[in-house]
Design a protein around this ligand. Sequence first.
Ligand code: NAD
Length: 295
Amino acid sequence: MTTIAFIGLGHMGNPMAANLVRAGHTVLGFDLLPENLNVAKGHGVTIMASAEAAVVDADVVITMLPAGKHVLSVYHSVAKGTKAGALFIDSSTIDVESARKAHEIAQANGLKSVDAPVSGGIGGAAAGTLTFMVGGSAEAFAKAEPILKPMAGRIVHCGEAGNGQAAKICNNMILGISMIGVSEAFTLAEKLGLSHQALFDVASTSSGQCWSLTTYCPVPGPVATSPANNGYKPGFAAALMLKDLKLSQEAAASVGAATPLGAHAESLYAAFNSAGNEGSDFSGIVNFLRESNRD
Ligand code: NAD
């Protein structure tokens, strides 16, 4: 069993750390928020006084933090005090450039590293069924895989440093665009006198089929488990969708990729968030689009 430092015990980090404890690992945890530390303690995580203290005896260091600046700041402060040859796993969703800088910091200090962002949300974190998209050398991936297993439903090696983050933002750009597409189809159907169920029955078995329709249907009714049936409680908050779309557009600009629908999805989600919906599920954009309908 392995000694793992876990930095960032929020909505995602806490249930992920709990699954590592359940798998028999010793987990040394740190977060800036005392209330999150208390929850972690209840899961059997040993609470440490700082990130620096958490890494001293660790063979693996996992970070689950809000953004690239937090990850780089933690890497800068702990890399020198970590055991030689230890493995750093960053599972936060961050920009590709910061992810590659994080790998450089690890490498310069004789550490192995992978970027390993996740898909599956808080439910997947609790159930241990997250999809991990991993970037890094084959050697670092081989070391990371058994550590990720108790938290994972699927683990995909996406290539070299930063490619896990690249896969994550490309996937979520598809998701943002497809959710808007499905939502527009439902609001158009309403205007045409076509019922939600009839559109669902046709599109879910036709060429319009996609995850945003069949698993996460944005209107109440056709898919009982979708947030639309639960007052659009997240799920996946609109603020996080906007974050990921912004990351996709920063990445697109940095390499000169044309992503016109990604750009439009970002601006629609920015307007949806500004209208006070940051805490709503991202599928609630269907109601925002409906309000824009001309009578
Ligand atoms: P969160 O805000 O609940 O958790 C982040 C935690 O990091 C907080 O508890 C915060 O106190 C802590 N933190 C910040 N700076 C720190 C520092 N310097 N040292 C120690 N702790 C520090 O966020 P979350 O929902 O758990 O998301 C974490 C990451 O996972 C984000 O990058 C997010 O985009 C990504 N993500 C979230 C979801 C989701 O559904 N929530 C899904 C996939 C990916």
